[in-house]
Design a protein around this ligand. Structure first.
Ligand code: KG4
Ligand code: ZN
Length: 341
């Protein structure tokens, strides 16, 4: 009857994840979604350490898959296929997932479908909000920053993206500069609530240039200079200094994202915008993007956070979409550290 049930496997960064998704003519349903994060493992190093990530994925992936099948109440025999992130990402982690998926496919005879991690994020709003093609996707996380027009399961047009850091990475670095805890986004957002965004004149990088490309590393450097100026002048940072720097930084990121989104909407002329990634949790940024959409008469959607940060349900869902479009892979499927859409 056209119903397909897929296992999804994700291990491209610092989350080991497995999920089961059923796609039926009436719509798709997530039967289970298990995510084991590695924040605590990497915290002492101030960033994700690829070797540690790869080892943790290899150790945990079997358990994640068993947990996902158990939560769905299904055995391997109930599946129609296995989808796995084949890139882009940290190669050791991607390899752990791909090898595990190949083993399962070989043992069960099920079809194997390699999925681009970014396609997983980009197709999620169809699963969560019932969006129809085409729509504009803004991916803003610790590792990604790009505008994509999504016109089909394998039909993406990249309109622009960050030429250096991702915005979440900039939030994390600013938090580190100011002695705030990681992950930096929520910490900076909380500080910014009591800050004056106009006290420090921070740049709005690339706004003066046409197009949808963004840049965040200069903004982080500007925060560093302002902090060092305060340290030199007064020997330390006061609470209000920290709050004002956070508010100024957040306002600059918000202005840049809002203006570039306006341009991307004008370029793509689509009826809906979907935002995904950890940074979409920021309420100031979200409100600004909602205003831009209201201005342009465009629908605004953002998948719930657990589905717009890294997970395997998006991989299972994108795998089904690719499989329906006749996409599948053999045992020669390779893990790709770089894989632009
Ligand atoms: O999507 P995600 O969980 O992981 C990937 O990077 O793939 O995004 C995590 C990023 C981190 O950099 C974190 O600081 C940022 O999202 N983030 C936020 C907020 N919550 C999380 N950034 C700004 N404001 C927030 N409220
Ligand atoms: Zn991701």
């Amino acid at each position: 009857d056209g119903t397909l049930v897929f296992l999804g496997i994700e291990s491209s960064c610092d989350d080991t994840a497995a999920a089961v998704v059923r796609d039926a003519p009436g719509g798709a349903e997530i039967l289970s979604s298990v995510v084991e994060g590695q924040v605590a493992l990497h915290a002492p190093f101030g960033g994700v350490v690829p070797e540690i990530a790869a080892r943790a994925h290899a150790e945990r992936i079997d358990h994640c898959i068993e947990a996902a099948l158990a939560e769905a109440g299904l055995g391997l025999d109930a599946l129609d296929g296995i989808a796995v992130t084949a890139g882009p990402g940290l190669i050791g982690g991607v390899l752990s997932g791909v090898m595990c998926a190949k083993g399962l496919a070989a043992a069960t005879g099920l079809p194997l479908v390699g999925v681009n991690h970014l396609a997983g994020h980009a197709l999620t709003p169809r699963l969560t909000d019932g969006l129809t093609y085409p729509y504009l996707m803004l991916l803003v996380s610790g590792g990604h920053c790009q505008f994509l027009t999504v016109s089909g399961p394998e039909d993406f047009t990249r309109l622009g993206g960050s030429i250096d850091d991702a915005p979440g990475e900039a939030f994390d670095k600013v938090a580190k500069l100011l002695g705030l805890p990681q992950p930096g986004g929520p910490a900076v957002e909380a500080e910014a609530m009591t800050g004056d965004p106009r006290r420090f004149a921070l740049p709005r990088p690339l706004l003066d240039r046409p197009g949808c490309d963004l840049s965040f590393s200069g903004l982080k450097t500007a925060v560093l200079r302002a902090r060092d100026g305060l340290l030199a002048a007064q020997g330390g940072l006061f609470r209000q200094d920290r709050a004002d720097l956070c508010a100024g930084f957040q306002a600059a990121v918000t202005d840049v994202l809002a203006e570039k989104t306006r341009r991307a909407l004008d370029l793509s002329a689509v009826p809906a915008l979907a935002v995904a990634g950890g940074v979409a949790a920021n309420s100031t940024i979200r409100a600004a993007l909602e205003r831009v959409c209201a201005e342009r008469g465009v629908r605004f959607t953002a998948p719930p956070l657990r589905l717009c940060t890294d997970n395997a349900a998006m991989i299972a869902y994108a795998g089904i979409a690719r499989f329906r479009a006749d996409g599948r892979d053999g045992m020669d499927l390779s893990a790709r550290p770089r894989w632009p859409l």
